[in-house]
Design a protein around this ligand. Sequence first.
Ligand code: HEC
Length: 149
Amino acid sequence: MLLVAVYSPLVAADAPTPIDAKTLFNANCAVCHRPTGAGTPGLAPPLTDIPAVLMSSSEGRRQLAMTVLYGMYGEITVNERRYNFKMPAFSQLEDEVLAALVNYVSHDLAQVAATTTLTAADLAAERNHPVDGAAVRAHRTQVLSSNVP
Ligand code: HEC
């Protein structure tokens, strides 16, 4: 009886599907940011430096959550290159998926991987404070000016 229960397909169906962040990144983000996160000059910035820096503070983690939920627009400069195109909002994706995507960027694509992690709860908290992409960019400037070593 026990074996029947263990091998029942119903038991397997209850197991949560693991999130494959690399596949999700390649499907949703790589068209602009490239699969390595190197970015596309004139279009989308590299994700190999700044996101891991932002990950090190609570305001920086809020910034990353805001960026993927609400997008961002307005000029930014990364590694001496200027970008002024629109990052789309991805609020249609679930909190767990967005957290996994930001963690993939900050841990796997980063030059120096972040040591902290974004959680689904962090995303849920930002969903309660909708902002537009211009405000996301203004918050980025504020966080980085007090955060960059
Ligand atoms: C249509 C192109 C496009 C797609 C698709 C896209 N992005 Fe972006 N992303 C941008 C642009 C453009 C910016 C910079 C916006 C600006 O200049 O204000 C940006 C900025 C960012 C930033 C902030 C970087 C920084 O230095 O603060 C992060 C993080 C980010 N994107 C992650 C993602 C993730 C994760 C995905 C997939 C879920 C994604 N992007 C999909 C174009 C895109």
